[in-house]
Design a protein around this ligand. Structure first.
Ligand SMILES: Nc1ncnc2c1ncn2[C@@H]1O[C@H](COP(=O)(O)OP(=O)(O)OP(=O)(O)O)[C@@H](O)[C@H]1O
Ligand SMILES: [Mg+2]
Length: 484
């Protein structure tokens, strides 16, 4: 077998579901190797085996010709294999420094000053800004992502696996990260990267492996692929985006007036935002994460109290309207889902059409179950059935559960924050079409997204958010997207 990580005939089943079906692939030192595939294709399952988090049913993995200790994450780590997981592995109640200490296995009396020195050195090397004594709970998702990567880079090993690290980063941060990955590869590391945005993949990877339904469709050199061929290998032909409609007229449904909102750390995060959204309209807000997006969204849906200003829905303060608002929160694990509950239970919590499924206090189980099955089909949630726990779904399919709940039935007001984060090409298209049809069905949609392309493609009116203030983004054309 060649040097590096050699995977041969890997098979893994979860109950009836075959997640990996005879996967063979080589990850060589000195290369950035991207793994792509649609939601549920088996990407996370594959790399979890490489880092010792899963034991295969069949197959072998070798590192430089010696068998890898299967199912032993600590041993894998000692061999120099580190992994950045798809969802954060951070403790919110601890500081940046304490999280690093925890992850690097330091125990007993930790020399804080030495640790702080090393963190500072790494941050300088990567050009990242993170305050070692900041509480992790107060960080933006982009900062949390960097901290998770920092933890993996603590001991420079031989293999670095990153499972969708770019979903929460701005374009400039993604470029920075990619420079770092190229640098690590040039020093002999094997870098394995999972990402959904094919343009990103083509910009950084030396080789690309396409997975589909647990099988390797092919492994190609970057020069042998482009976005179109990759997405065809991943999902077949992609349905086109339905065209956006004319901007609607009429009375605004959402009126935001001079809103000022504090973040969890007590600082003002939204500083005087005014915005109106009409029924049928998609208002887009884009910007680098951590500029008040979260606080703005939470104030608009009525779960965070503003310090001053107001949010009116059809002329009435927002608090009384929660039944009519669909909300897709940015962090699906913290705010969107109860991970240990089933798909059906997650859909029942906060379902806006609950009344249809209850007689008095009693749930009409049969009727509700067929409704859940209908949502699973309509939103293409890949699962064993409505009784599967949400924790066991792939990341993208978890997001589809959040979307199904927010969009069924179409709400009067929809607030969606990064709704396609972590979704593959086909699922992204499906969400975009769902947002457009929600608007066509009369919803006032506030789309807050770090993806400028998404906002440019969907919004009738777009703004940029920076340090809690909005400024209009006139005619976001493709040239703008390239220039800024
Ligand atoms: N612990 C588990 N128990 C049951 N099924 C699981 C478990 N982990 C993963 N699966 C299933 O295995 C399949 C592959 O999941 P995996 O997480 O590897 O997909 P993925 O390619 O990483 O997708 P995504 O892009 O959405 O993150 C999915 O259908 C998922 O529901
Ligand atoms: Mg995954």
């Amino acid at each position: 077998m060649p040097a590096g990580l050699a995977v041969r005939g890997l098979r893994k089943r979860f109950g009836q579901l075959v997640a990996l079906d005879g996967v063979s692939v080589d990850f060589a030192p000195g290369e950035v190797h991207a793994v792509v595939g649609e939601n549920g294709a088996g990407k996370s399952t594959l790399v979890s085996h490489l880092a010792g988090f899963l034991v295969p049913d069949e197959g072998e993995i070798a590192w430089d010709d010696s068998p890898l200790p299967l199912g032993d994450p600590l041993a894998c780590r000692r061999m120099g294999i580190s992994m950045v997981h798809q969802h954060f592995t951070l403790v919110d109640a601890l500081t940046v420094l304490e999280n690093v200490a925890l992850a690097s296995g330091l125990s007993g009396a930790v020399n804080r000053r030495a640790l702080q020195g090393k963190i500072g050195e790494l941050l300088r090397r990567y050009g990242w800004k993170l305050e070692p004594n900041a509480l992790v709970g107060s960080l933006s998702v982009g900062q949390k992502q960097k901290l998770d990567i920092l933890k993996a880079l603590w001991q420079e090993g031989s293999v670095l696996i990153l499972d969708e690290p770019t979903a929460t980063l701005s374009e400039a941060e993604v470029e920075e990260l990619f420079r770092l990955l190229r640098d690590l590869a040039s020093r002999g590391m094997a870098v394995i990267l999972i990402a959904h945005k094919l343009r990103e993949v083509l910009a950084v990877a030396d080789r690309i492996t396409v997975l589909r339904s647990g099988r390797v469709i092919r492994t190609v050199h970057r020069s042998e692929a482009d976005e179109h061929t990759l997405s065809k290998w991943m999902v077949g032909e992609v349905p086109p985006l339905e065209s956006a409609q004319r901007p609607p007229e009429g009375e605004p449904r959402i009126v935001i007036r001079d809103l000022r909102v504090k973040g969890d750390d007590g600082r003002f995060r939204v500083q005087g935002v005014s915005l109106e959204v009409r029924p049928g309209e998609i208002a887009g807000v884009t910007g680098v994460d951590g500029n008040g997006q979260l606080e703005l969204a939470e104030a608009v849906v009525g779960i965070r109290r503003p310090e001053s200003g107001e949010v009116l829905i059809d002329g009435i303060p927002v608090g009384r309207h929660t039944e009519e608002i669909g909300y897709v929160p940015q962090d699906r694990h913290r705010h969107g889902l109860a991970l240990s509950m089933t798909i059906g239970e997650n859909l029942l919590i906060g379902l806006r059409s609950r009344g249809r499924f209850f007689r008095g206090p009693l749930l009409l189980v049969g009727r509700f179950h067929s409704h859940v099955q209908h949502l699973v089909d309509r939103f293409g949630i890949a699962c064993r059935g409505p009784n599967q726990t949400v924790r066991d779904l792939s990341g993208g399919n978890q997001q589809k559960v959040v979307l199904a709940r927010a969009l069924d039935p179409f709400p009067r007001v929809l607030v969606a924050v990064d709704p396609t984060r972590g979704l593959d090409v086909r699922a992204t298209m499906a969400v975009h079409n769902a947002l457009l049809s929600a608007a066509r069905g009369g919803a006032a949609v506030l789309l807050i997204s770090g993806s400028r392309e998404e906002v440019a493609a969907l919004a009738h009116r777009a703004s940029r958010i920076s340090l809690g203030r909005l400024e209009p983004w006139e005619n976001p054309s493709r040239e703008d997207l390239v220039l800024c």
